[in-house]
Design a protein around this ligand. Structure first.
Ligand code: SF4
Length: 369
Protein backbone atom coordinates (compact mmCIF):
# COMPACT_ATOMS: atom_id res chain seq x y z
CA UNK A 1 0.00 0.00 0.00
CA UNK A 2 1.52 3.37 -1.00
CA UNK A 3 2.34 5.72 1.87
CA UNK A 4 -0.25 8.50 2.27
CA UNK A 5 1.66 11.67 3.21
CA UNK A 6 -0.31 14.21 5.26
CA UNK A 7 1.67 17.39 5.77
CA UNK A 8 2.04 17.78 9.51
CA UNK A 9 3.13 21.36 9.25
CA UNK A 10 0.16 23.64 9.70
CA UNK A 11 0.71 25.93 6.74
CA UNK A 12 -2.56 27.70 7.37
CA UNK A 13 -1.58 29.28 10.69
CA UNK A 14 -1.97 33.06 10.58
CA UNK A 15 0.46 35.07 12.71
CA UNK A 16 -0.96 35.84 16.12
CA UNK A 17 -2.20 39.44 16.15
CA UNK A 18 -0.70 41.87 18.67
CA UNK A 19 -3.48 44.06 20.12
CA UNK A 20 -3.19 47.83 19.69
CA UNK A 21 -3.52 48.46 23.42
CA UNK A 22 -1.17 46.54 25.74
CA UNK A 23 -2.81 43.98 28.06
CA UNK A 24 -1.25 44.17 31.51
CA UNK A 25 -1.02 40.70 33.08
CA UNK A 26 -2.89 40.21 36.32
CA UNK A 27 -6.11 38.49 37.22
CA UNK A 28 -7.57 35.49 35.42
CA UNK A 29 -8.15 35.50 31.66
CA UNK A 30 -11.54 34.07 30.67
CA UNK A 31 -12.66 33.04 27.20
CA UNK A 32 -15.93 33.72 25.37
CA UNK A 33 -17.58 30.88 27.36
CA UNK A 34 -16.25 32.21 30.69
CA UNK A 35 -13.62 29.49 31.01
CA UNK A 36 -10.41 30.57 32.77
CA UNK A 37 -6.99 29.99 31.17
CA UNK A 38 -5.31 27.62 33.62
CA UNK A 39 -3.42 24.88 31.78
CA UNK A 40 -0.81 25.04 29.04
CA UNK A 41 0.13 21.87 27.18
CA UNK A 42 3.50 22.13 25.47
CA UNK A 43 4.51 19.72 22.71
CA UNK A 44 8.31 19.51 22.66
CA UNK A 45 8.67 17.14 19.67
CA UNK A 46 6.61 15.87 16.73
CA UNK A 47 8.45 12.55 16.80
CA UNK A 48 7.57 9.33 18.53
CA UNK A 49 9.01 5.84 18.76
CA UNK A 50 5.52 4.32 18.83
CA UNK A 51 2.92 4.30 16.06
CA UNK A 52 -0.32 4.15 18.03
CA UNK A 53 -3.12 3.44 15.58
CA UNK A 54 -5.39 6.16 17.06
CA UNK A 55 -2.70 8.84 16.93
CA UNK A 56 0.20 8.23 14.51
CA UNK A 57 -0.82 5.32 12.24
CA UNK A 58 2.20 3.89 10.46
CA UNK A 59 0.63 4.09 7.03
CA UNK A 60 0.58 7.90 7.42
CA UNK A 61 3.56 8.52 9.66
CA UNK A 62 5.95 6.20 7.82
CA UNK A 63 9.75 6.18 7.68
CA UNK A 64 9.84 8.93 4.99
CA UNK A 65 7.54 11.23 6.88
CA UNK A 66 8.86 14.85 6.78
CA UNK A 67 9.21 15.59 10.49
CA UNK A 68 10.04 19.12 11.56
CA UNK A 69 13.68 20.15 11.24
CA UNK A 70 15.27 21.02 14.59
CA UNK A 71 15.60 24.66 13.58
CA UNK A 72 11.82 24.89 13.39
CA UNK A 73 11.34 23.72 16.97
CA UNK A 74 11.08 26.22 19.77
CA UNK A 75 14.28 26.22 21.81
CA UNK A 76 14.16 25.56 25.57
CA UNK A 77 14.77 29.29 26.08
CA UNK A 78 11.83 30.20 23.83
CA UNK A 79 9.56 27.63 25.52
CA UNK A 80 10.50 28.97 28.95
CA UNK A 81 9.83 32.54 27.84
CA UNK A 82 6.41 31.58 26.47
CA UNK A 83 5.63 29.68 29.68
CA UNK A 84 6.59 32.72 31.77
CA UNK A 85 4.24 34.91 29.74
CA UNK A 86 1.36 32.41 30.08
CA UNK A 87 2.00 32.08 33.82
CA UNK A 88 1.78 35.88 34.19
CA UNK A 89 -1.70 35.54 32.65
CA UNK A 90 -2.84 32.95 35.16
CA UNK A 91 -1.54 29.55 33.98
CA UNK A 92 -0.77 27.31 36.96
CA UNK A 93 -0.31 23.93 35.30
CA UNK A 94 2.06 22.97 32.49
CA UNK A 95 2.00 19.54 30.86
CA UNK A 96 4.91 18.53 28.59
CA UNK A 97 3.83 16.32 25.71
CA UNK A 98 4.80 15.36 22.14
CA UNK A 99 4.95 13.05 20.09
CA UNK A 100 7.02 11.32 22.76
CA UNK A 101 8.55 14.12 24.89
CA UNK A 102 11.38 11.96 26.28
CA UNK A 103 12.78 11.74 22.75
CA UNK A 104 13.69 15.46 23.00
CA UNK A 105 17.35 15.54 24.04
CA UNK A 106 18.14 16.81 27.58
CA UNK A 107 14.48 17.41 28.36
CA UNK A 108 15.39 17.59 32.06
CA UNK A 109 17.14 20.90 31.29
CA UNK A 110 13.83 22.36 30.14
CA UNK A 111 12.12 20.96 33.24
CA UNK A 112 14.72 22.70 35.42
CA UNK A 113 14.16 26.00 33.57
CA UNK A 114 10.38 25.78 33.94
CA UNK A 115 10.73 24.80 37.59
CA UNK A 116 12.15 28.24 38.37
CA UNK A 117 8.97 30.04 37.24
CA UNK A 118 6.78 31.37 40.08
CA UNK A 119 3.02 31.52 39.45
CA UNK A 120 1.00 34.73 39.75
CA UNK A 121 -0.88 33.29 42.76
CA UNK A 122 2.29 32.22 44.53
CA UNK A 123 1.21 28.55 44.41
CA UNK A 124 3.88 26.25 43.01
CA UNK A 125 3.62 25.60 39.28
CA UNK A 126 2.12 22.14 38.67
CA UNK A 127 4.65 20.66 36.23
CA UNK A 128 3.68 17.35 34.65
CA UNK A 129 4.52 15.19 31.64
CA UNK A 130 2.74 12.60 29.47
CA UNK A 131 4.89 9.79 28.07
CA UNK A 132 4.53 6.37 26.46
CA UNK A 133 6.89 5.13 29.18
CA UNK A 134 9.44 3.64 26.77
CA UNK A 135 12.31 5.78 28.17
CA UNK A 136 10.90 6.47 31.63
CA UNK A 137 12.88 3.87 33.57
CA UNK A 138 16.06 5.58 32.34
CA UNK A 139 14.88 9.18 32.74
CA UNK A 140 12.72 9.19 35.90
CA UNK A 141 15.47 10.17 38.34
CA UNK A 142 16.82 13.04 36.24
CA UNK A 143 13.30 14.41 35.63
CA UNK A 144 12.47 14.29 39.32
CA UNK A 145 15.75 15.95 40.28
CA UNK A 146 15.09 18.66 37.70
CA UNK A 147 11.77 19.46 39.38
CA UNK A 148 9.08 17.51 37.56
CA UNK A 149 6.05 16.82 39.80
CA UNK A 150 4.18 13.96 38.16
CA UNK A 151 3.93 11.75 35.11
CA UNK A 152 1.09 10.22 33.14
CA UNK A 153 1.98 7.08 31.20
CA UNK A 154 0.06 5.80 28.18
CA UNK A 155 -0.42 2.00 28.26
CA UNK A 156 -3.13 0.39 26.14
CA UNK A 157 -2.80 -3.27 27.15
CA UNK A 158 -1.09 -5.77 29.46
CA UNK A 159 -0.89 -8.46 26.80
CA UNK A 160 2.14 -7.92 24.53
CA UNK A 161 0.34 -8.97 21.35
CA UNK A 162 -2.55 -6.59 22.01
CA UNK A 163 -0.10 -3.85 23.01
CA UNK A 164 1.72 -4.33 19.71
CA UNK A 165 -1.60 -4.19 17.86
CA UNK A 166 -2.27 -0.78 19.42
CA UNK A 167 1.17 0.83 19.11
CA UNK A 168 2.36 -1.00 16.00
CA UNK A 169 5.95 -1.34 17.25
CA UNK A 170 7.70 -4.23 18.95
CA UNK A 171 7.90 -2.83 22.50
CA UNK A 172 7.35 -4.94 25.58
CA UNK A 173 4.72 -4.09 28.16
CA UNK A 174 7.21 -5.08 30.87
CA UNK A 175 9.46 -2.16 29.92
CA UNK A 176 6.62 0.33 30.29
CA UNK A 177 5.68 -1.23 33.66
CA UNK A 178 9.34 -0.86 34.70
CA UNK A 179 9.08 2.83 33.80
CA UNK A 180 5.97 3.18 35.95
CA UNK A 181 7.75 1.51 38.86
CA UNK A 182 10.74 3.82 38.41
CA UNK A 183 8.45 6.85 38.46
CA UNK A 184 6.91 5.69 41.72
CA UNK A 185 10.33 4.92 43.17
CA UNK A 186 11.63 8.47 42.60
CA UNK A 187 8.39 10.14 43.73
CA UNK A 188 6.85 11.25 40.42
CA UNK A 189 3.39 10.33 41.73
CA UNK A 190 0.54 9.96 41.84
CA UNK A 191 1.37 8.18 38.59
CA UNK A 192 -1.58 8.02 36.23
CA UNK A 193 -1.87 5.45 33.46
CA UNK A 194 -4.01 6.28 30.41
CA UNK A 195 -5.52 3.48 28.34
CA UNK A 196 -7.24 4.39 25.06
CA UNK A 197 -9.99 1.81 24.50
CA UNK A 198 -10.83 0.79 20.93
CA UNK A 199 -13.58 -1.77 20.44
CA UNK A 200 -12.36 -4.90 18.73
CA UNK A 201 -8.70 -3.96 19.30
CA UNK A 202 -7.99 -3.86 23.04
CA UNK A 203 -11.30 -3.72 24.91
CA UNK A 204 -10.63 -7.25 26.18
CA UNK A 205 -7.85 -5.67 28.23
CA UNK A 206 -10.14 -3.39 30.27
CA UNK A 207 -10.66 -5.80 33.19
CA UNK A 208 -7.12 -7.27 33.19
CA UNK A 209 -5.71 -3.71 33.36
CA UNK A 210 -8.08 -2.85 36.22
CA UNK A 211 -7.08 -6.00 38.12
CA UNK A 212 -3.38 -5.25 37.57
CA UNK A 213 -3.42 -1.69 38.90
CA UNK A 214 -6.01 -2.22 41.64
CA UNK A 215 -4.51 -2.05 45.16
CA UNK A 216 -1.56 -0.05 43.78
CA UNK A 217 -0.75 3.68 43.99
CA UNK A 218 -1.26 3.98 40.22
CA UNK A 219 -4.48 5.66 39.00
CA UNK A 220 -5.72 3.95 35.84
CA UNK A 221 -7.84 6.00 33.44
CA UNK A 222 -9.76 4.76 30.42
CA UNK A 223 -10.02 7.15 27.46
CA UNK A 224 -12.78 6.88 24.86
CA UNK A 225 -11.34 6.49 21.35
CA UNK A 226 -11.52 9.96 19.74
CA UNK A 227 -11.70 11.37 16.21
CA UNK A 228 -8.52 13.38 16.73
CA UNK A 229 -6.61 14.60 13.68
CA UNK A 230 -7.31 13.40 10.17
CA UNK A 231 -5.50 10.09 9.92
CA UNK A 232 -6.86 7.48 12.38
CA UNK A 233 -9.99 6.46 10.41
CA UNK A 234 -12.22 6.95 13.45
CA UNK A 235 -15.77 5.66 13.56
CA UNK A 236 -18.31 5.58 16.35
CA UNK A 237 -18.69 1.78 16.27
CA UNK A 238 -15.18 1.43 17.64
CA UNK A 239 -15.90 3.66 20.64
CA UNK A 240 -16.52 1.84 23.94
CA UNK A 241 -18.59 4.31 26.00
CA UNK A 242 -17.18 4.96 29.48
CA UNK A 243 -20.46 3.71 30.97
CA UNK A 244 -19.72 0.30 29.45
CA UNK A 245 -16.12 0.37 30.73
CA UNK A 246 -17.38 1.01 34.27
CA UNK A 247 -20.03 -1.70 33.91
CA UNK A 248 -17.50 -4.29 32.79
CA UNK A 249 -15.15 -3.57 35.69
CA UNK A 250 -17.88 -3.23 38.32
CA UNK A 251 -19.25 -6.63 37.37
CA UNK A 252 -16.15 -8.11 38.99
CA UNK A 253 -14.72 -5.24 41.06
CA UNK A 254 -17.51 -3.09 42.53
CA UNK A 255 -17.09 0.67 42.12
CA UNK A 256 -18.61 3.85 43.57
CA UNK A 257 -18.47 7.30 41.91
CA UNK A 258 -16.45 10.00 43.70
CA UNK A 259 -16.33 13.78 43.30
CA UNK A 260 -13.82 15.50 41.02
CA UNK A 261 -10.57 16.72 42.59
CA UNK A 262 -10.97 20.13 40.92
CA UNK A 263 -13.09 22.00 38.34
CA UNK A 264 -11.99 21.10 34.85
CA UNK A 265 -10.68 17.63 35.73
CA UNK A 266 -11.14 15.62 32.53
CA UNK A 267 -11.55 12.23 34.22
CA UNK A 268 -14.70 11.14 36.05
CA UNK A 269 -13.50 9.29 39.15
CA UNK A 270 -14.66 5.90 40.49
CA UNK A 271 -13.35 4.23 43.65
CA UNK A 272 -13.24 0.50 44.37
CA UNK A 273 -15.81 -0.35 47.01
CA UNK A 274 -13.24 -2.37 48.94
CA UNK A 275 -10.89 0.65 49.12
CA UNK A 276 -8.51 -0.81 46.55
CA UNK A 277 -7.82 2.53 44.86
CA UNK A 278 -9.55 4.37 42.07
CA UNK A 279 -9.96 4.53 38.31
CA UNK A 280 -10.99 7.34 35.98
CA UNK A 281 -12.89 7.52 32.71
CA UNK A 282 -12.31 10.29 30.14
CA UNK A 283 -15.40 10.54 27.97
CA UNK A 284 -14.69 13.04 25.20
CA UNK A 285 -17.23 11.31 22.92
CA UNK A 286 -20.14 10.34 25.20
CA UNK A 287 -19.67 12.83 28.06
CA UNK A 288 -18.03 15.99 26.72
CA UNK A 289 -16.28 18.22 29.28
CA UNK A 290 -15.83 21.35 27.18
CA UNK A 291 -17.74 23.55 29.65
CA UNK A 292 -14.78 23.62 32.03
CA UNK A 293 -11.98 23.29 29.47
CA UNK A 294 -9.15 25.57 30.59
CA UNK A 295 -6.43 24.26 28.25
CA UNK A 296 -4.35 26.00 25.60
CA UNK A 297 -1.90 24.00 23.49
CA UNK A 298 1.49 25.03 22.13
CA UNK A 299 2.81 23.00 19.19
CA UNK A 300 6.39 21.90 18.72
CA UNK A 301 7.13 24.77 16.35
CA UNK A 302 5.36 27.47 18.31
CA UNK A 303 1.74 27.54 17.14
CA UNK A 304 -1.13 27.97 19.59
CA UNK A 305 -4.26 25.82 19.45
CA UNK A 306 -7.37 26.58 21.47
CA UNK A 307 -8.80 23.04 21.16
CA UNK A 308 -7.54 19.48 20.63
CA UNK A 309 -9.81 19.27 17.59
CA UNK A 310 -8.83 22.64 16.14
CA UNK A 311 -8.36 23.03 12.40
CA UNK A 312 -6.24 26.15 12.65
CA UNK A 313 -3.29 27.25 14.74
CA UNK A 314 -1.92 30.72 15.51
CA UNK A 315 1.74 31.46 14.92
CA UNK A 316 3.33 32.60 18.18
CA UNK A 317 6.90 31.78 17.08
CA UNK A 318 6.69 34.53 14.46
CA UNK A 319 6.16 37.07 17.25
CA UNK A 320 8.97 35.60 19.35
CA UNK A 321 11.45 35.70 16.49
CA UNK A 322 10.28 39.11 15.25
CA UNK A 323 11.47 40.68 18.51
CA UNK A 324 8.16 41.57 20.13
CA UNK A 325 8.40 42.11 23.90
CA UNK A 326 6.64 40.03 26.56
CA UNK A 327 3.86 42.60 27.04
CA UNK A 328 2.96 42.53 23.34
CA UNK A 329 3.12 38.73 23.16
CA UNK A 330 1.07 38.46 26.35
CA UNK A 331 -1.50 40.77 24.84
CA UNK A 332 -1.74 38.62 21.73
CA UNK A 333 -2.26 35.50 23.86
CA UNK A 334 -4.91 37.27 25.95
CA UNK A 335 -6.76 38.41 22.83
CA UNK A 336 -6.72 34.89 21.41
CA UNK A 337 -8.01 33.33 24.63
CA UNK A 338 -10.72 35.96 25.14
CA UNK A 339 -12.07 35.15 21.68
CA UNK A 340 -12.02 31.40 22.23
CA UNK A 341 -15.40 29.59 21.93
CA UNK A 342 -14.29 26.03 21.10
CA UNK A 343 -16.50 23.18 22.25
CA UNK A 344 -15.98 20.55 19.60
CA UNK A 345 -16.79 17.54 21.76
CA UNK A 346 -20.12 19.05 22.75
CA UNK A 347 -21.06 19.57 19.12
CA UNK A 348 -19.65 16.37 17.67
CA UNK A 349 -22.07 13.60 16.71
CA UNK A 350 -21.48 10.29 14.98
CA UNK A 351 -21.95 12.02 11.67
CA UNK A 352 -20.56 15.43 12.41
CA UNK A 353 -20.50 16.86 8.89
CA UNK A 354 -17.06 17.08 7.41
CA UNK A 355 -15.25 20.28 8.09
CA UNK A 356 -15.30 23.26 5.77
CA UNK A 357 -13.50 22.52 2.50
CA UNK A 358 -9.80 22.00 2.92
CA UNK A 359 -9.95 22.19 6.71
CA UNK A 360 -8.39 19.34 8.56
CA UNK A 361 -8.11 18.79 12.31
CA UNK A 362 -4.62 19.16 13.66
CA UNK A 363 -2.86 15.90 14.48
CA UNK A 364 -2.71 14.98 18.18
CA UNK A 365 0.96 13.98 17.79
CA UNK A 366 1.68 17.58 16.85
CA UNK A 367 0.05 19.28 19.84
CA UNK A 368 -0.10 16.56 22.49
CA UNK A 369 -3.25 14.83 23.80
S1 SF4 B 1 -13.03 19.35 22.61
FE1 SF4 B 1 -11.79 21.20 22.70
S2 SF4 B 1 -12.95 22.59 23.99
FE2 SF4 B 1 -13.78 20.56 24.34
S3 SF4 B 1 -12.66 19.76 26.09
FE3 SF4 B 1 -11.56 19.08 24.27
S4 SF4 B 1 -10.00 20.64 23.91
FE4 SF4 B 1 -11.52 21.51 25.31
Amino acid sequence: MSEKIIMLHDLRAPALAVPAAPVTPGGVLVDALSRPLHDLRISVTDRCNFRCVYCMPKEVFGKDYPYLPHSDLLSFEEITRVARIFIAHGVEKIRLTGGEPLLRKNLEHLVAMLRTLPTASGRPLDLTLTTNGSLLARKARALKDAGLDRVTVSLDALDDAVFKRMNDVDFAVADVLAGIDAAHAVGLGPVKVNMVVKRGSNDDQIVPMARHFKDSPTILRFIEYMDVGASNGWNMEEVVPSSEVVERIAAELPLVPVAANYTGETAARWRYLDGGGEIGVISSVTGAFCKDCSRMRLSTEGKLYTCLFATRGHDLRALLRAGHDDLAIGGAIAQLWRGRADRYSETRTADTPSLERGARKVEMSYIGG
